[in-house]
Design a protein around this ligand. Structure first.
Ligand code: FE2
Ligand code: FE2
Length: 133
């Protein structure tokens, strides 16, 4: 028996002091892990496409909710944050399109998703954590 490998693991150091946002960040991690596992298991389009669609949709849901929350607390760097989110939505959609076109590099994509989310939460989201809770 081999232990199930988690590609992107949640840690309390990622907490932004807000239960809903922490929960949503964990759902994003879970979805990336699902994608990783399906790719490792060499699953086909029938399995991968719905996971990609969930990732794109859920990324948008999370950003919309987070933007509402940080607008409400008058986060001063809102504009920059919105730009980071919009760029990530485009990038996630681009990977989805590349996957559909059969031209994507799964290793590079997974690394990008993992690095972006960890960096965004620890460096960007963390800046508004003190305004929440
Ligand atoms: Fe964010
Ligand atoms: Fe976030």
């Amino acid at each position: 028996m081999t232990a199930k490998m988690v590609y992107i693991a949640w840690s309390p150091r990622y907490s932004v002091n807000h239960a809903l946002l922490d929960e949503q960040h964990q759902v994003v991690f879970d979805t990336i892990n699902e994608l990783f596992e399906a790719i490792q298991a060499k699953k086909g389009e029938a399995v991968l496409l719905p996971i990609f669609r969930t990732l794109v949709k859920y990324t948008q849901t999370h950003f919309r909710d987070e933007e509402g929350i940080i607008t409400a607390v008058k986060y001063p760097a809102l504009r920059e944050h919105l730009i980071e989110h919009a760029q990530m939505v485009n990038k996630t959609k681009m990977y989805y399109q590349e996957f559909k076109d059969g031209v994507y590099d799964s290793t590079q994509m997974l690394k990008f998703l993992k690095d972006w989310w960890v960096r965004h939460i620890t460096e960007s989201d963390m800046k508004f954590a003190r305004l929440l809770g």
